[in-house]
Each structure stands twice: as C-alpha cells, then as structure tokens.
Ligand binder design. Structure first.
Ligand SMILES: Nc1ncnc2c1ncn2[C@@H]1O[C@H](COP(=O)(O)OC(=O)CCCC[C@@H]2CCSS2)[C@@H](O)[C@H]1O
Length: 373
C-alpha cells in the first residue's frame, strides 16, 4: 500500500520509487500507474490537470486509469449546444464536462475506461501508447481484430470505433488520453451526442461521429476490470516499471494539494459553457396558443457564453412589440443559460399588470426561449 506522502513526493520530485531496472542494461524506468477511486468526471479531469501541472515528468511517466459515471466530455474548443442534446443530459442527470485537450465529444459511463499517458513533452508518443493498448487487448483476446487508424482511433473489425484519442501538450509536459469502450450504454451514447439544434453557426471544433462497438460484445472476457489489469501489465512491461496499481483519491488534498480548487473550476458554468467559441443562433420555433400556431424568430450572438446581440420576432397582434423588445433587451448581456431566462421571466412577472392572458403568453414565450439553451 503506497502512503499518500510517498506518492506525493514521487509525483512532485524526481524519484525512482516503484521502478525496476530496465533489461538490456538501460536506465531504470521511473514510472507510476495510478487508478482513480472516484467516478466523478470533474474530479478525474482535475487529477489530470494536477499531474500535468505539478508532477515532475522530466524522467518519469505516469499512467492514470479512470472511469466515470455517465457524462459527456467535450473538447476544449467545442460548442456543447452543437455537440449534444443538453435537454436530455439535464433530464437524465448526465454530467457535462469540458476537458483541456482538443478534439471531439465523447460519452462516458462505467462501461468506458479512460487512460491518460503522462510524459515529458519530448517523450510524448501517441502511437506507442495506442499500440500498447492493442497489445493489452490481444493478450486477453488473441484473435481480436483491432488496429490503430491514422487519426489515432482504435477500431474493431476494421470499422467500429472502440477508442478515441485527444492530447494536451504543455511547455515541458504532455499527456495523451484515450477512451476504451468496454460495455458502455450505446443507445444513450448516440442519443446524447445528437444535437437537436438547427440554425447554429460557429467555428468550434466539430466531432467526427463513428459507428461504435463495445469490446464486451465481441468477447465476454473483455470486462473493464480485466482490461484495466491488462493495460497496467503492458504499461509496466513497456516502461519497465512496477505493475502495482496505486489507488488515488481525487478528494485528498494531502496528496494532491489544490485539487479541490481545480475540481471546482472544472464545474463552473464559465468553464463548461463559457469557454465555447463565439457562435450565433438564427432559428425559428412554433408556439401553440389556443387554436393557432405562430412562428417566433430568434437571432442571437453569443460570446464567452454571454448573449451579445438578441432579436426576438413575434407576430405583433399576439404580443405587444415593446414586450418582446423588453425580453430581448434583458437577455442581452446575460448568459446563454436557461436559468437566466427563468430569473428574467419571473422578474418581469413581479412587475407586470395583472393581465392573465399577457402573463400566459409571456410564460409561453420565455419557456420556448429557455428551451433553446
Ligand atoms: N467513449 C467513447 N469511445 C470511443 N468513441 C466514442 C465514445 N463516445 C463517443 N464516441 C464516438 O466518437 C465520436 C467523436 O469522435 P472524435 O474523433 O470527434 O472525438 C474523440 O474521439 C475524442 C476522444 C477524447 C478522449 C478523451 C479521453 C479522456 S476524456 S475524453 C462520437 O461522435 C462517437 O461516434
């Protein structure tokens, strides 16, 4: 059992703790295999940040193994409204996270494994890591048809994606992380990664959708637990480090000083939504009122998650134009977020005349604007 302090000092200062002499007279490999005790996506991403920023990776490599409760993880430069069904995420209580690496949006649950390979920037080598994963898979299931593509996916049977890759390169340190689909909920995966949005324009990184498959469907021996063990084993052999897996608690400030602050930052609206590259929305929705259907047009420009320009067009005979302008005006400068609309809507209701019809129309309009967010 590794002591937290030993782990901390090993991560922060050069050391050869838990290393083995390399064969062929090479230098002793210094490395560490860690596995998270948490299934919280924000805590696990915070551990990645912590190791990337704090660990001395000059002469050492670290493999971090982790799994999450259901979550969608978008890339650093992505637009969540464009990448997933936010309404469905909220309804199902699925977390949304933004990672610091680039690339596309993926779905995680306990049937998906995440592997993070930390090295110095000089020793960063994605293909080497993915080949290592492929060897681990073949060690468990020798006839498995898996290969790494030129975009660093791992595919099964030549076409089904089982792993996606992304990376973060720092000045001196780097990490490459990838997923491994073992027994994830595939119908939820495709449902949540489908945006219902129409009329959204942006330069954000777009995901590259693929047909996916779970390794368990191919071979029942490929459970998450066995895969984690096999990857750890291959990593230990490749890097000449002890195969012992050290469990790490991402809530432990004694081992990871400052981790709590990092976790909190990753949970903020400003990070998850606010870091979305500038985008515009130009869309229509239908309002059903009594026996008629009327069309509402909405145009917005959103920067740093905040509405900079807002126009809402509703047929004049239905709602006084002044009221519509009032809504657009109060939305300008607010966050592109349903809770903000709720606050604005109720603020107006507190001051408006006791006109039930008008109040009803206002609520209907605000509810539909909310649903755009
Ligand atoms: N968990 C998982 N694994 C593999 N492929 C997935 C997964 N979820 C969704 N997908 C498929 O990949 C595309 C997106 O592919 P795309 O190539 O656009 O993006 C990626 O692969 C990013 C991988 C990020 C890995 C990080 C590692 C730790 S935190 S997240 C999506 O539309 C689905 O078709």
């Amino acid at each position: 059992m590794a002591l937290p302090w030993a782990l901390r000092s090993c991560l922060q200062r050069p050391c050869v703790l838990r290393s083995r002499r390399a064969p062929l007279g090479g230098a002793a490999g210094a490395g560490l295999i860690l596995q998270s005790l948490s299934d919280d996506v924000y805590q696990n991403l915070a551990v990645e940040d912590w190791i990337h920023e704090q660990a001395s990776l000059e002469n050492r490599q670290v493999l971090f193994l982790w799994r999450n409760a259901p979550a969608v993880v978008v890339g650093r430069h992505q637009n969540p409204w464009q990448e997933c069904d936010l309404g469905l995420l909220r309804q199902k209580g699925i977390k949304l996270a933004r990672r610091r690496s680039g690339g596309g949006a993926v779905y995680h649950d306990l049937g998906n494994i995440n592997l993070t390979f930390f090295t110095s920037r000089k020793r960063y080598e994605r293909m080497d890591n993915l080949e290592l994963v492929v060897r681990a898979l073949r060690a468990l299931s020798p006839r498995l048809d898996v290969r790494v593509t030129d975009r660093y996916d791992i595919v099964l049977g030549g076409r089904y994606k089982i792993s996606g890759t992304a990376a973060k390169l720092g000045r001196t340190a780097a990490y490459h992380h990838c997923t491994l689909l073992c027994g994830a909920d595939k119908s939820l995966l495709s449902a949540v990664l489908k945006s219902p949005y129409q009329g959204l324009r942006s330069n954000a990184t777009a995901s590259v959708p693929s047909a996916v498959r779970n390794l368990l469907e191919e071979d029942p021996a490929l459970t998450c637990e066995r895969l984690l063990e096999a990857v750890a084993e291959e990593y230990a052999a490749r890097h000449h480090v002890d195969r012992h897996v050290t469990l790490i608690n991402p809530a432990d400030e004694a081992v990871l000083p400052g981790i709590h602050r990092k976790t909190k930052e990753l949970q903020t609206w400003e990070w998850v939504y606010g870091k979305t590259p500038k985008f515009s929305v130009s869309t229509y929705f239908d309002l059903t009122y009594e026996d008629s259907v009327l069309q509402v047009k909405v145009d917005m420009e959103v920067k740093h998650g905040k509405i900079e320009v807002c126009n809402i067009d509703v047929p004049e005979q239905w709602l006084p134009p002044g009221l519509c302008q009032e809504l657009a005006k109060s939305l300008t400068g607010s966050r592109f977020c349903p809770d903000e609309v709720t606050v604005l809507a109720s603020a107006w209701l507190r001051t408006c005349p006791r006109d039930d019809e008008l109040r009803h129309k206002w609520n209907l309009l605000c509810e539909n604007v909310r649903m755009l967010m």
